[in-house]
Design a protein around this ligand. Structure first.
Ligand code: TTP
Ligand code: MG
Length: 242
């Protein structure tokens, strides 16, 4: 079959424009289709910055980010956007209907696809409860829905676009533990052959990840499964105990 959704960071070092010191140093990892890779680390450790390099919100100073073996620096952003969906840490909704927000990036999605995505994202109930359903209006910035609802709509939007690679930046932390667990269980089916990279705060969100990268001050200090890290990584143990 064709390779689709292989993500590779190769010795990536990155500093924000104008900044003196890098926020990411020598980052290397590979994520394969069918895998879930989790990134964990304290605030400011560089998790959001790391994700931002794949959709080319920024380009690294050194090293390469590759998608299916091709450096993303040689791909145009529209091509990357078709294959990679980023659910940002501060999910953004624009003024318009829920339907309009969900179809962003895949305008020809059917209503059934929208409802399926909402169901996986645990957002179907609150949308159905609204008088106008999918036609309900969202105000600029999504201020008329709660933080957790906004997150679920942004997750549903990513699902509607059917990417090869999903990037979830802390997308589950505004959800209660039970909703988080239901959402991830539903997500498993729909993302089974995609590549999933999850930034998380909560350990329970990532215990089943194929690989967990522990980020500290812009470096991957440890990597492994939950069980391996419990046995080998003092930094991970600290996070688990916190
Ligand atoms: P982040 O990559 O935002 O760190 P994080 O995502 O791990 O943190 P959190 O858990 O709070 O979400 O930031 C890493 C460093 O980069 C930090 O010193 C802030 C800096 N930074 C910028 O200078 N500009 C930016 O646009 C961002 C996102 C971060
Ligand atoms: Mg972040």
């Amino acid at each position: 079959g064709t390779l689709a959704g292989v993500v590779e960071y190769r010795n990536v070092t990155f500093a924000y424009p104008g900044a003196e010191s890098p926020v990411l140093s020598n980052i290397s990892f590979t994520a394969q289709p069918g895998q879930t890779i989790a990134i964990i680390g304290s605030t400011g450790s560089g998790k959001t910055s790391l994700l931002s390099l794949l959709p080319r919100l920024y380009d690294p100073a050194e090293g390469e980010v590759l998608l299916d073996g091709v450096p993303v620096s040689r791909m145009d952003r529209a091509d990357i956007t078709r294959r990679v969906a980023l659910v940002p840490q501060r999910p953004y909704l624009f003024s318009g209907t829920i339907e309009h927000n969900l179809r962003f990036g895949k305008t020809d999605a059917t209503d059934q696809e929208l409802w399926e995505a909402l169901q996986v994202a645990q957002g179907d109930e609150f949308v159905r409860a609204k008088k106008n359903g999918l036609g309900s209006r969202i105000s600029q910035g999504g201020t008329n829905v709660s933080g957790g609802q906004r997150q679920r709509l942004c997750i549903a939007r990513a699902l509607v676009s059917r990417p090869r690679v999903y990037l979830f930046d802390d997308s589950f932390s505004a959800l209660d533990v039970a909703t988080d667990a239901r959402l991830r269980a539903a997500l498993k089916g729909i993302t089974a052959d995609a590549t999933v990279i999850i930034v998380a705060q909560r350990i329970s969100t990532i215990t089943e990840a194929d690989q967990i990268l522990v980020l500290d001050n812009g470096r991957i200090v440890d990597r492994g499964t939950h069980q391996e890290l419990l046995e080998t990584s003092p930094t991970y143990q600290e996070i688990v105990e916190s």
